[in-house]
Every structure is written in structure tokens, then in C-alpha cells.
Design a protein around this ligand. Structure first.
Ligand code: CO
Length: 267
């Protein structure tokens, strides 16, 4: 069953989303060459306590035994990287996935950034980031009541494929609300005209997970970290969005503070 939210519930989702976007952006600003991913986790935990009225909780810490307050996935790591001793180097691609609860509702969002700044990208990884970001932005722009979910899934897949990259098929976006993962699953591939019809008040986490090389992935022995089989880099961008009467609203507006937001389309 896909939950539909009242205007009051959407307001609460906005607050949770805004808080988690602020936390994600703070963690991205904290990243610099030489720090470990565990230090990012410590910063995330400490910052979470300072936001809003101080009652926000991480959505990942303790989720099915996951041990950290965010996921930090570096280069060939696609998603669910567990923070640890890995030292971030200038030019690394780092995906930060931050989710959590505030006043009973979840915000879930992800950015991939370049350690030291986008000037450290080569052409292929620049294309990877542009294509992944574009697939998310265009998917959000296409959302409105009455379309099929498959229209969105297909659009993401088409943009990624046309950009010469591949979508990960084993993991999906998802409905988001009072719980982190709700119906429907939102694959980053699909067929137009298939799947559930979107209605006003639905809230969805759209999250293309995109590989520069082949789409095959495997999970490391830690049971969490998903890596590309070919060792080539991956990217991941995510917004939580609400379906309004005529469009989607981004509930986790991290783009407002992302310096690349003004430029990614021109690249
Ligand atoms: Co998600």
C-alpha cells in the first residue's frame, strides 16, 4: 500500500527533509583530503544533535544492524559504505547518504562529491556525475499525479544509458514517510505505462545509483558495502520528494547549498 499524506503530514515531512538536507550539506562541507570516513561519521552524529530541537535521530544507525549515522561510499563503492579507517584522497568520489527521523517523519538524501572539488575530475567521472544528477533532476521534474511510476523509472534508465553509464538493478528507491522504506520500490529502470499511478500526497525517495562501467555489483564480506564488480567508480544522488497537485516538491533541498547546482547542466 502506498501511503498518501495530509497537508499537515507533508509539512512535517518538509521539516524532516530540510533538517536531513542541512545535515547532508554540513557533512559534505566537512569532507577534505586526509580525513577518515569514521571522522565523517563522528561529525554527522555530533551535528545531528545540534539541529532543530535536538530530537532528530539517525535513520541508518541500528537499521538492520547498520553501525553508523550515515553511509560513506568511496569511488568503486556504490552504496552502504561503512565509515572506517579509509583516508579520503584528493579526487576521490564520495557518496554521502544521510537519512533520519524528526518528529516522526523521515528525510532521506544523498550527494556524490569530489574530494578537493570538481576540478579534480577527469572527463569520464565528470560525465558519471552529470548523468546521475541529470537523471535525478529530470525524474523529479517529470513527476505529477496521474503518471505511472514506470514512466519515472524508465526516464532515469534512459538518461543514464544515453550518457554511456549503467544503472544498478539490485537496489531501488522507495516510498518514504513515517518509515525509511515504504511502498513502492522505485527501480532505476522500467517501462513507461507500468506500475502504480502516482497520487497527490505520496512521498518518494528517488535515488539513481549509477556505474561508470558495467552494472554488476557485489557486496563486500562486511555484509553492507556494495561495490562495482569491475572496480570502476559509481555515483548516487537522492532526493525525498512529495507529489503535489501539479508537480513534485523536493523535501530535501540540498541543492540550495551545492556549488555545483548552478553548473552541472553546463558541463
Ligand atoms: Co533511500
Amino acid at each position: 500500500m502506498i501511503n498518501v499524506h495530509t497537508p499537515a503530514e507533508l509539512d512535517a515531512m518538509r521539516q524532516a527533509g530540510r533538517l536531513m538536507a542541512d545535515l547532508l550539506n554540513a557533512c559534505c562541507d566537512f569532507i577534505q583530503p586526509g580525513i577518515t570516513t569514521a571522522e565523517v561519521d563522528a561529525f554527522c552524529r555530533a551535528t545531528l544533535r545540534t539541529l532543530g530541537d535536538g530530537t532528530a535521530q539517525s535513520g541508518s544507525l541500528g537499521y538492520m544492524g547498520y553501525p553508523a549515522s550515515l553511509c560513506v561510499s568511496v569511488n568503486e563503492e556504490v552504496i552502504h559504505g561503512i565509515p572506517g579507517d579509509r583516508i579520503l584522497q584528493r579526487g576521490d568520489l564520495v557518496s554521502l547518504d544521510v537519512c533520519g527521523f524528526y518528529h516522526g517523519f523521515v528525510g532521506d538524501n544523498t550527494r556524490t562529491i569530489v574530494v578537493g572539488g570538481p576540478e579534480h575530475l577527469d572527463a569520464d567521472r565528470r560525465r558519471l556525475l552529470r548523468v546521475t544528477r541529470q537523471s535525478l533532476e529530470e525524474a523529479v521534474r517529470a513527476i505529477r499525479p496521474g503518471i505511472h511510476l514506470g514512466d519515472i523509472c524508465h526516464l532515469i534508465e534512459r538518461i543514464v544509458t544515453q550518457g554511456g553509464c549503467t544503472v544498478v538493478r539490485e537496489y531501488t528507491g522507495h516510498g518514504v514517510g513515517r518509515k525509511l522504506h515504504e511502498d513502492p520500490p522505485i527501480p532505476n529502470y522500467g517501462k513507461p505505462g507500468r506500475g502504480p499511478i502516482l497520487h497527490e500526497g505520496m512521498t518518494l525517495a528517488i535515488e539513481p545509483m549509477v556505474n561508470l562501467g558495467k552494472s554488476a555489483i557485489r557486496v563486500l564480506p562486511d555484509g553492507w558495502t556494495v561495490v562495482t564488480r569491475d572496480g570502476l567508480p559509481a555515483a548516487h544522488f537522492e532526493y525525498s520528494v512529495a507529489v503535489l497537485s501539479d508537480r513534485a516538491e523536493i523535501l530535501t533541498p540540498w541543492f540550495e547549498k551545492d556549488p555545483w547546482s548552478d553548473d552541472w547542466m553546463k558541463e
